[in-house]
Design a protein around this ligand. Structure first.
Ligand SMILES: Nc1ncnc2c1ncn2[C@@H]1O[C@H](COP(=O)(O)OP(=O)(O)O)[C@@H](O)[C@H]1O
Ligand SMILES: [Mg+2]
Length: 232
């Protein structure tokens, strides 16, 4: 489905990704782990064409995307929910969903209200009136009404209270169960272990570990060595 092979990405002269390769197969939820500054967000931005790799290859559903512009990549159904969520603060929940809506999406606005009852209660509230958890839900809901073929999330539970984190986990499970492949950047190991089929660990712009959930769960050394443990 998504294949990233040996990409090198830079910010000006600063060489940040040094040959990252990873893969997300049909229906899989894959996490990308690693400490702050490891290059996780840059990997997502490279996939989306925002920080285009200077070398290496990215393909999706058999189509080479390496030279495509961001809007062309988005049009092919790759949908990034960025860390800062980017919802429109002066628009209501309903308006935020309406402008993201794509008639080809299997999710209509009523469907996402079913998935996120809290958003339904808050539909007339402006974006800047939502809690952090509600903003994250709105950002995910907006991605769904856009009809993603691959959903990419950058630290969706960051800064949220544990009970909200559990709600987001349940929703991501539901989304995965509909068959949409997901690439998830996450620092909370519990969240990762509840959701993922496979994991990759990045360190200083390189993949230093990859394994299935079973392999990862049994490998305390990799967690101690490469991850800042956050397990609430
Ligand atoms: N816009 C930028 N300009 C220059 N350097 C950046 C920029 N964004 C990130 N970096 C650097 O690239 C490295 C990887 O950052 P990032 O991909 O954001 O890491 P992560 O998401 O894993 O925390 C870090 O050293 C960071 O300082
Ligand atoms: Mg980041």
């Amino acid at each position: 489905m998504l294949e990233v092979s040996d990409i090198h990405s830079f910010y000006d002269k600063s060489h940040v990704l040094m040959g990252v390769s990873l893969e997300v197969r049909d229906g899989e939820l894959v996490t990308l782990l690693g400490r702050n500054g490891a290059g996780k967000t840059t990997t997502l931005k490279s996939i989306m064409g925002v920080v285009p790799p200077r070398s290496g290859r990215i393909s999706f559903a058999g189509t080479e995307m390496t030279k495509m512009k961001s809007f062309q990549i988005a049009r092919r159904g790759l949908c990034l929910v960025p860390e800062q969520r980017d919802i429109f603060s002066i628009l209501t929940v309903e308006e935020n969903l309406q402008i993201a809506k794509n008639k080809n999406s299997p999710w209509g606005i009523p469907d996402v209200y079913k998935l996120f009852p809290k958003l339904n209660e808050r539909r007339q509230n402006p974006g800047n009136n939502l809690s952090g958890g509600e903003q994250q839900m709105l950002a995910i809901a907006r991605a769904l009404v856009n009809g993603p073929k691959l959903l990419i999330l950058d630290e969706p539970t960051e800064g949220l209270a544990p009970v909200i984190v559990q709600e987001i986990v349940a929703i991501l499970k539901d989304i995965k169960n509909t068959g949409i492949p997901v690439l998830l950047v996450e620092q909370n190991i519990n969240v990762c272990e509840k959701l993922a089929d496979r994991h990759y660990v990045l360190e200083q712009g390189r993949v230093v570990y990859s394994g299935t959930q079973e392999e990862f769960a049994a490998n305390k050394a990799v967690k101690d060595r490469y991850l800042a443990l956050q397990t609430n």
